[in-house]
Ligand binder design. Sequence first.
Ligand code: ADP
Length: 364
Amino acid sequence: KAHPPRRIQHQSPQTPSASSSPIPVQAASFERNTPVSGDEEFSDEQSDSLTDHYMDSASHGVDPLACRQIMKEIVVADEEIRWGDIAGLLNAKNSLKETVVYPFLRPDLFKGLREPIRGMLLFGPPGTGKTMIARAVATESKSTFFSISASSLLSKYLGESEKLVRALFYMAKKMAPSIIFIDEIDSLLTARSDNENESSRRVKTELLIQWSSLSSATGNGPGGETDSRVLVLAATNLPWAIDEAARRRFSRRLYIPLPEYETRLHHLKKLMSRQNNGLSDVDFQVIAEMTEGFSGSDITALAKEAAMQPIRDLGDALMDADFNNIRPVMVKDFEKAMLTIKMSVSPASLQQYQDWAAGFGSTG
Ligand code: ADP
């Protein structure tokens, strides 16, 4: 491939282990901010050589093949998401800056009692930007981003999942600062039920063990590494399904709510900025009003549907149409799109999130 992935950036000068962990030539060339096409991932050669670099005498019990799989499938090396890409959610952004981004960037200031937390839960309805936020946290904190969904861990990698979890935490520590993002965490940390099968119980146990090993930042981790900058950032649409013991491990539980009026307005303007449109400020306000109860992804779907209307109006003439002559998107297109694209979160389930946030959520 023409360009190396840009996600990986290694230790900042403050990191004590920077000198003890020399980066091989291949890894050192993985600069951030290299223009890439957006679908980059590590080539077999790159992931193998990175893995080899991190396997050492202390990697006892960690499967090299699982590490390679982590490098290939789980380290995210594509397009970066930044704070500015996320509409609204100021509370969540501020809270994440204080608890993760600053401590990761300035480990020298955040020691002892100020040590960064190891577990954070993002909960709320689907399509509200939880995954985007996790990616932005990784970018803004210059961390390696490991992303896996709990359900794929339980299905796709079944049989290999425990090894994969072990390798995941091993690589995350080696490549710290790291964010381990686990989507749909509820499926892994569910309150114990009779039909919980043996293998998912084992994966859950391994996850909890590995997660605990992060607290031994003073040197008990594999390799005696002292870098404490590894965070398990998990997301769920079903926070109430997480069992109590697991819930307590998330020192912060952040509610990511449906977007408010201002956020919807901002999101709509941003989406339409790349599309020929005849929408005035008042039009935008009208659409923001009528999308009360929509999630971020509902709004994206709505705007896509509205943008289709000018094309649909052309009928068969579409084949001969000149791109520059397609009419702009109007409010009426949004009104029509509202007939097809509906809000995906019911008021009843919204209430359930609010209740859980009041009981177990962190306030900032
Ligand atoms: P979640 O993880 O909460 O289910 P995602 O982060 O996957 O939601 O968001 C799904 C899509 O919805 C995103 O790709 C983006 O297009 C849009 N979206 C959701 N929330 C926002 C937001 N706050 N700002 C901008 N886009 C958003």
